[in-house]
Design a protein around this ligand. Structure first.
Ligand code: BGC
Length: 732
């Protein structure tokens, strides 16, 4: 097993090899031939064994085989042909807790996907994936249900915390690198949920409508990039419908786009409970996952019956097997079997989780240099957010807990499978980490914030008040609005009115509104910060870490600014039904409103001024970016640290106009660490798809002048430079 304690340079080299080869490092060059040869040896009965799997959890409706590991799923292998069983676990943020199915045994909890995206650091994404992959193996699994690259199309989406960003380039690159990292452990990773499952409301019946151009230019591009970089063995299709059919039964999405246009060799597995008829197999679905969560077992033996003597269907069954076998062979599941006794480098893994948290924390506001906390402060009032208990974690199948399970479970008010309990992770609590750093001469008090008067009284007496405020998100349910629940907005306003040195630390799934913003001295966005989150937050507050996170999503100033001020289906769908509907219920989720102008692109198109723009984040030092030039498909800029201490920033290059048509697209980014006074020339390759439109079945660039600008974020941009480019058309 590859050790995680490799230097950044080594990691870069390793990733470069893995990615440049466009094949996982473990690839056996003849995986496809081997797959075909094995498939040929199969009997018809064997040919349907791997086309379905069970949920490997107690009470899920099927007997769990002895060699299964309790977790998301199990697919029987074919021992006669040396094909191993597939043992599946969730997910991208660590080996999931699986509702406590494995007793007290936990795993290393990474910060949320959005925190990872806020680092804009693909090498860290690779290491995070590698870490989760190593734990996946050590716990006996060989398939990781990770790689959630759905775009954040709405800040209220219940799974935003699991995903990366609102931008296809950022999500595709970070998703791709984390998949490559996971698969470097000789396991299969998925990329999911293909596609357009961007909200939980009505997720199991909502029909997303979107034009082909908007689809290809937005979320499909994120998936394409993640597949090119990460080369995942499997693609998990989603719950929703897409322009009519369910995605798991969409011939257009699976056969045409994924397999024909993109030449994808791996297999498509369904999400759990996303199959409604055997016909999905003929439309391109290769595997029915967790089959007892569907109305019926449609694959397995049923496929043989339905295929009968139909040659086309029989060859489709062979194709399903070849694809599954390709994923197995190309990742070396047979040659590097998961064996008991693989050790987990717990300290190393937790340190990595801490690194992601530190790099992902975004400093949103810092008036009068309120942060880092001044050495002279003699008393600190810490208030709210269960800061004495643990770190908030997102709910659902991706939820990770350390050994012993949640530190606390607060009734979440929901009755769905996943949203009964708002759960906190174990680890050094934010309060303990603050106390440790403050030292013995500083008085640190804690109040829950349940009573505003009590919190105000503490804040008034202290030199500094730190309010922890939380917004919980969960699979299966969206947030109805962007407020902080349980009266926390009022709590912050009252504390800030009592103490001008009020610092707010947010643990949120994605964007929230901040009606109290102007009253505060400083605001930190810590996302769901994982097992080392308390330490990471304290290290930023006290200045041991210079914050460098940049927002991977736009923070709107109001719900009215969003493409859908009311979430589609919000009034019709029952939030306690985990996204399912009543028989025959229909909801349209119209993405043609914003089309491919997701997030900051929508804000630019509408001229809306957000609360905080995409790409935004402050530092304890200052940076200047200058000298943008674009030549030969590459953008070059000089980044300088003009302040007094070392820090990191992210150079961001945007396309701002084509000819006379204004637009806004991130076309390149690079995280840069610089000592005080140092500068660096940064070069970024521009993917031409980001300059093009999808037109008549191809990418198409008009012959015109393309204007680029470099910025601190999607709004604070340099004056543009223009270059003339020829017309160009090419296939996906
Ligand atoms: C989720 C998937 C997950 C699967 C298996 C579903 O509810 O949507 O992301 O991989 O369950 O646990």
């Amino acid at each position: 097993m590859r050790k995680l304690a490799v230097s950044a340079a080594m990691t870069s080299a390793l990733i470069a090899t893995a990615v440049a080869a466009k094949e996982p490092t473990s690839t056996n060059a003849d995986a496809w031939q081997r797959a075909a040869a094995t498939e040929k040896k199969m009997t018809d009965t064997e040919r349907v064994v791997m086309t379905s799997g069970i949920t490997a959890l107690p009470n899920a409706g099927e007997k769990i085989p002895e060699d299964a590991v309790l977790g998301a799923g199990y697919v029987a292998g074919i021992p006669r042909l040396g094909v191993p069983a597939l043992k599946e676990t969730d997910a991208g943020l660590g080996v999931s807790w699986a509702l406590g199915a494995r007793g007290n045994e936990g795993a290393t909890a990474l910060p949320s996907g959005m925190a990872l995206a806020a680092t804009w650091n693909q090498e860290l994404a690779y290491q995070a994936g590698q870490m989760v992959g190593a734990e996946t193996r050590a716990k006996g699994f060989n398939v990781l249900l990770a790689g959630g690259v759905n775009l954040v199309r709405d800040p209220r989406g219940g799974r935003n915390f699991e995903y990366f960003s609102e931008d296809p380039l950022l999500s595709g690159i970070l998703g791709g690198y984390s998949i490559a990292g996971a698969q470097s452990n000789h396991i299969i990773s998925t990329v999911k949920h293909f596609a357009f499952n961007n909200q939980e409301t009505a997720r199991k019946f909502g029909n997303v409508t979107i034009s082909e151009a908007a689809a290809r230019e937005s979320e499909l591009l994120a998936f394409k990039l993640a597949i090119e970089i990460g080369n995942p063995g499997s693609v998990m299709c989603s719950y929703n419908r897409l322009n009519g059919p369910y995605t798991c039964g969409s011939e257009w999405l699976l056969q045409k786009v994924l397999k024909r246009d993109w030449g994808y060799k791996g297999f498509v597995m369904s999400d759990w409970g996303a199959v409604y008829e055997p016909g999905f197999a003929w439309a391109g679905l290769d595997h029915q996952s967790g089959r007892s969560s569907d109305p019926q077992v449609y694959f397995a033996d049923q496929l043989l019956t339905d295929a009968g003597t139909d040659a086309k269907r029989k060859s489709r069954i062979s194709d399903m097997n070849r694809r599954i076998l390709w994923a197995v062979y190309s990742n070396g599941l047979d040659r590097f079997p998961v064996l008991p006794g693989e050790k987990i480098d717990k300290a190393g893994h937790e340190a990595l989780a801490g690194e992601v948290a530190r790099q992902g924390i975004v400093l949103l506001r810092n008036e009068r240099g309120a942060l880092p906390l001044a050495a002279g402060a003699k008393s600190i009032a810490v208030i709210g957010g269960f800061a004495d208990t643990g770190m908030l974690s997102g709910g659902g199948s991706s939820q990770v807990h350390g050994d012993g399970g949640p530190a606390a479970m607060i009734p979440g008010g929901g009755r769905g499978l996943f949203n009964g309990w708002e759960q906190y992770q174990r680890g050094t609590t934010p309060l303990a980490a603050i106390r440790k750093r403050a030292g013995q001469d500083v008085t640190v008090t804690y109040r829950t914030g349940n009573y505003i008067a009590e919190a105000v009284e503490q804040a008034r007496k202290a030199d500094v008040a730190i309010v922890f405020a939380n917004q919980w998100q969960s699979e299966g349910r969206d947030n109805p609005d962007l407020s902080l629940p349980r009266g926390q907005d009022a709590l912050i306003a009252a504390v800030a009115a009592a103490n001008p040195n009020t610092v707010v630390v947010l643990q949120t799934g994605s964007a929230v509104l901040m009606p109290w913003l102007d009253q505060t001295a400083a605001v930190l966005e810590a996302w769901y910060p994982g097992v080392q989150g308390g330490e990471a937050i304290a290290s930023v507050l006290f200045g041991d870490t210079n914050p460098s996170g940049r927002l991977p999503v736009t923070f709107p100033a109001s719900l009215e600014q969003l493409p859908h001020p009311v979430l589609p289906g919000h009034t019709e769908a029952d939030p306690d039904k985990n996204g399912a509907g009543a028989p025959g219920q229909q909801v349209t989720i119209d993405y043609n409103v914003d089309g491919s102008d997701v997030g900051y692109r929508w804000f630019a198109r509408q001229g809306h001024k957000p609360l905080f723009p995409f790409g935004y984040g402050l530092s304890y030092t200052n940076f200047a970016t200058s000298g943008l030039s674009v030549k030969g498909g590459k953008a070059t800029v000089t980044v300088q640290n003009t302040g007094g201490r070392a820090g990191a920033t992210v150079a961001q290059v945007y396309l701002v106009a084509r000819g006379k048509a204004a637009t806004r697209r991130l076309v390149g980014f690079q995280r840069v660490s610089l000592d005080a006074g140092a500068s660096k020339i940064v070069t970024m390759t521009i993917d031409l798809r980001l300059l093009a439109d999808w037109k008549d079945g191809r990418w198409s660039m008009p012959r015109t002048t393309y204007y680029f600008a470099v910025g601190e974020n999607a709004e604070a941009l340099s004056s543009p430079i223009g270059i003339r480019l020829p017309a160009k058309r090419w296939a996906d």
